[in-house]
Design a protein around this ligand. Structure first.
Ligand code: FAD
Length: 463
């Protein structure tokens, strides 16, 4: 074996998964087709749960630093730092559970540093083109052998296609073409038009229109952008300079299962959807966090029964929820007077504080719950926030200061300390607390038990 787990793709999800595997004692090997990291500025924001996840692995200061600059860029490009649902910018952030504004290339640099510091091997310039899977493992390109393979190779995933995962879903409704643009002369106002939408803020400009049958390929050209803006707004523009051109559509598809034998999918390889609301990284990094410790336990040979299958059963519903809300956003982004009317009503709803929290929760996923196979108490099944913890001496810490090692944590109050014995201590880290708990937290931040009865069933299910 060259590795326990071969990870295809050094995008954010592959990099984070490899780091999680290494933390949990498995040996990953990352194969990436690009010789150098991509500088494509796709995502510019990291959702609440992914922000908390990376804070738990020690990224806090670096995310905060990036966020300061990212928030300035967001204000420049969108004219506001409020979140949006279908480009209705009204979502009030929760100060206790913030997102991070960070450009994707910068995030990938941080994730690369993190993985390399842990000793992860990343081989660039190696495109995965063949896989052969048998009972003992997977051979990649006839050359590398691992016990299992994870496709983190993005929306057009080769691993997904080669392994034969079904990928059902809906075709695109809308297509967007955009880039960093310098115009010469007048530019029409940004906003909705009868034929589509024109976005123009700061340095970014682009247009969205019904997808039709066309599936343009190749680099975006200045002429293509100017033509599209004219089609949508009815105004001729002169695009003097265009960089960073990109096209994206809102097809919504999801792998029917995230595991076939010893081949797994995570991130965009497992689900594609419109970028509306900036949810892809949140979803993908949480896939990686869910899979990493489970796969490492399987490789080490101490995974409880059914542990690996819980990856699909927990993460598929999370993907479905994002496909659902991005489809709804696409419906609200389509042109036409009926949609204009619906948008007005949704915008009015978003002025109601409870509705505002509802829409913010749809995008952040903080209300999502993993189904747990035992009684566990409230709020078990949800993701923990960055709790303040006070120990017996009154010392105050934050949860993220206890989670760098990626182990499970059992937070025990004075009256529940008897629940921890030496055997429990071998399976998870026990943290004495006085102000919250008792709680059992999995390495991915899911609250596995919250004080109902004994933690035994939860410990046996996960550790
Ligand atoms: C315009 C736009 C804006 C977005 N904005 C946001 C946002 O604000 N917030 C957010 O959360 N998400 C956003 N997203 C989505 C986000 O960019 C993706 O969800 C994220 O990149 C997924 O990461 P990934 O690692 O799964 O896949 P990718 O980032 O696609 O990485 C896959 C990696 O695999 C490599 N690879 C592919 N095939 C092979 C192969 N055969 N062999 C070896 N390597 C291979 C690729 O080179 C790449 O490095 C946006 C997307 C777009 C298009």
């Amino acid at each position: 074996m060259d590795a326990d787990v071969i990870v295809t793709g050094a995008g954010p999800v592959g990099l984070f998964l490899a780091a999680e595997l290494k933390l949990a004692g498995a040996e990953p090997l990352v194969l990436e087709r690009l010789p150098t990291p991509s500088e494509e500025t796709k995502a510019r924001g990291l959702g609440v749960l992914a922000t908390e996840l990376l804070r738990r692995r020690g990224f806090g200061d670096r995310l905060a630093e990036a966020d300061a600059a990212g928030t300035r860029d967001l204000a420049r490009d969108h004219g506001t730092t409020l979140g949006h649902f279908a480009s209705i910018h009204k979502l009030v952030p929760d100060p206790d559970r913030p997102r991070t504004n960070i450009w994707q290339p910068q995030l990938e640099r941080l994730l690369t540093e993190h993985a390399l510091a842990l000793g992860v091997r990343i081989l660039r310039g190696h495109e995965v083109t063949t896989i052969e899977s048998d009972d003992d493992g997977v051979t990649v390109n006839g050359r590398w052998r691992g016990r299992c393979l994870v496709g983190c190779d993005g929306g057009r995933s080769t691993v997904r296609k080669l392994a034969g995962f079904a990928f059902p879903g809906t075709p695109p409704l809308l297509r967007t073409t955009a880039g960093r643009v310098r115009f010469a002369g007048d530019v029409p106002a940004g906003g909705r038009y009868p034929a589509g939408a024109f976005m123009f803020g700061g340095s970014m400009a682009g247009f969205t229109e019904p997808a039709g049958d066309a599936d343009p390929d190749g680099p975006v050209t200045a002429a293509e952008l100017a033509d599209g803006i004219r089609r949508v707004t009815g105004t001729e523009v002169v695009v003097e300079e265009l960089t960073d051109g990109r096209r994206f559509a809102d097809q919504a598809r999801q792998a029917a299962t995230y595991r076939m034998g010893n081949v797994f999918l995570a991130g965009d390889a497992a689900h594609v959807h419109s970028p509306s609301g900036g949810q892809g990284l949140n979803l993908g990094l949480l896939d990686a966090a869910n899979l990493g410790w489970k796969l490492a336990a399987a490789v080490r040979g101490d995974a409880p029964e059914g542990l690996l299958d819980s990856y699909t059963s927990e993460r598929h519903p999370a993907g479905e929820a994002v496909l659902r809300n991005t489809r709804a956003q696409s419906a609200l982004l389509a042109p036409g007077p009926h949609v204009d009317a619906l948008r007005e009503i949704v915008a009015e709803l978003m002025d109601l504080p409870e509705a505002n929290r509802y829409f913010a929760g749809l995008l952040s996923g903080v209300h999502q719950r993993c189904e747990l196979p035992y009684a566990a108490g409230e709020p078990a099944g949800t993701y923990t926030p960055d709790l303040e913890l006070i120990d017996d001496d009154g010392r105050v810490t934050r949860l993220h200061e206890h989670t760098r090692t990626g182990r499970g944590l059992l937070l025990l109050t004075p009256d529940t300390r008897h629940l921890a014995d030496e055997r429990v201590g071998m399976r998870v880290d026990v943290v004495p607390v006085t102000n919250v708990g008792p709680l059992l937290l999995r390495p991915d931040g899911v609250i596995a038990w919250a004080g109902e009865g004994s933690p035994k069933a939860a410990l046996d299910a996960w550790f």
